[in-house]
Design a protein around this ligand. Structure first.
Ligand code: NAD
Length: 308
């Protein structure tokens, strides 16, 4: 299959590498010159669960990609999604399926501005990845990738992509309620990511603080009100119990927002997590003061670090 990875950072390179190794014709699309140059000159090197390999896979800027593709995976950061979709319009044909596995909320609405609803597949993944150097990525875990069509006519295509992912060792799973999974994942990121970043601690350290459960509950109560506006029921106590379990299993790990903001001084996806909930509160007439102050605190930290 002819596959484009629109946004070939850590996760995009991991997915692209494994789908290329499974025999697909993969093109990596990205905007970071050093990364593109490294991939085109030395190949893409991926440490996949401790096993290193290098593959020659073409890497191009969005403006330079040619021809129509069967399948496009978006793997930008949330704030880059709209601009990437706008730039890659020429490669989206009548039947090109577009998969979105980004963390955060509101991506379905963004995709629908650029892609026919019938062609949109939404999902979540628990694979983890990081960039070690331009052209060099580590990719870890065992998945899965949960995926579902957002229009009933897309079910067969979604199942085909699930099979393709499994064939590429990416462990695809067809979901019958992907919206719930997306909200559930946003609950993890909208509590652990933001609180560990504000407190500058890892998940184990956070879980040992006296009021960790109360802080998570205050946030999840607001996420639950926002989810309801999209027809998703999030039980607050059950969700917080789930987060406590996540805290126990993850241990002394720094969440990705901590790695981006505190360790690497990069912009965060907070506007697509707590910020999205605060915005939905304004639009749908409910209160979300905790999500608003958390969003403001993360942006204040970005300002203090001079991050644009
Ligand atoms: P990433 O930061 O690795 O890449 C995103 C974009 O930023 C890419 O275009 C990349 O080239 C660019 N970039 C990265 N480092 C750069 C640098 N130093 N200079 C210039 N440009 C740079 O993003 P990701 O971790 O692959 O995440 C993509 C999406 O997937 C996000 O929504 C994220 O929340 C989600 N996600 C990530 C993981 C993970 O473990 N990485 C897991 C699940 C979901």
């Amino acid at each position: 299959m002819k596959i484009a990875i629109a946004g070939s950072g850590a996760l995009g390179c991991g997915f692209g590498y494994l789908m290329h190794k499974a025999g697909n014709e993969v093109t990596l699309i990205d905007q970071w010159p050093a990364h593109i140059d490294a991939i085109n000159s030395k190949g893409l090197t991926v440490d996949f669960n401790g096993e290193k390999g290098t593959e020659m896979i073409p890497a191009v800027y969005p403006e330079d990609v040619k021809g129509e593709f069967d399948l496009v995976f978006t793997f930008t950061k949330s704030m880059q999604l709209a601009s990437m979709l706008e730039k890659i319009q020429p490669i989206l044909g009548e039947d090109t399926k577009v998969v979105c596995l980004l963390n955060g909320l509101g991506h379905r609405q963004t995709l629908m501005q650029y892609v026919k609803e019938e062609n949109i597949l939404m999902g979540t993944t628990v694979w983890t990845a990081g960039i070690d150097a331009p052209g060099e990525v580590h990719f870890m875990g065992k998945g899965p990738v949960e995926l579902q069509n957002i229009h009933p006519s897309g079910e067969a295509a979604a199942k085909e992509v699930v099979a393709l992912l499994t064939d590429a060792k990416l462990n695809g799973v067809y979901s019958d309620n992907v919206l719930f999974s997306i909200w559930r994942k946003a609950c993890v990121n909208g509590t652990l990511n933001v609180l560990c970043s504000i407190l500058d601690c890892n998940i184990e350290e956070f879980s040992k603080t006296e009021n960790s459960r109360e802080m998570m509950t205050a946030i999840i109560e607001e996420f639950s009100l926002a989810a309801k506006t999209e027809g998703v029921e999030l039980d607050v106590t059950e969700t917080v119990d789930y987060l406590v379990e996540v805290n126990k299993t993850v241990g002394p790990h720094y969440p990705s927002m901590h790695q981006d903001l505190i360790q690497n001084k990069r912009p965060t996806e907070v506007d697509y997590l707590n910020g999205a909930v605060a915005k939905m509160a304004e639009e749908h007439n409910f209160e979300a003061p905790t999500c608003q102050i958390i969003t403001d605190l993360i942006h204040a930290k970005e300002d203090l670090f001079g991050i644009k």
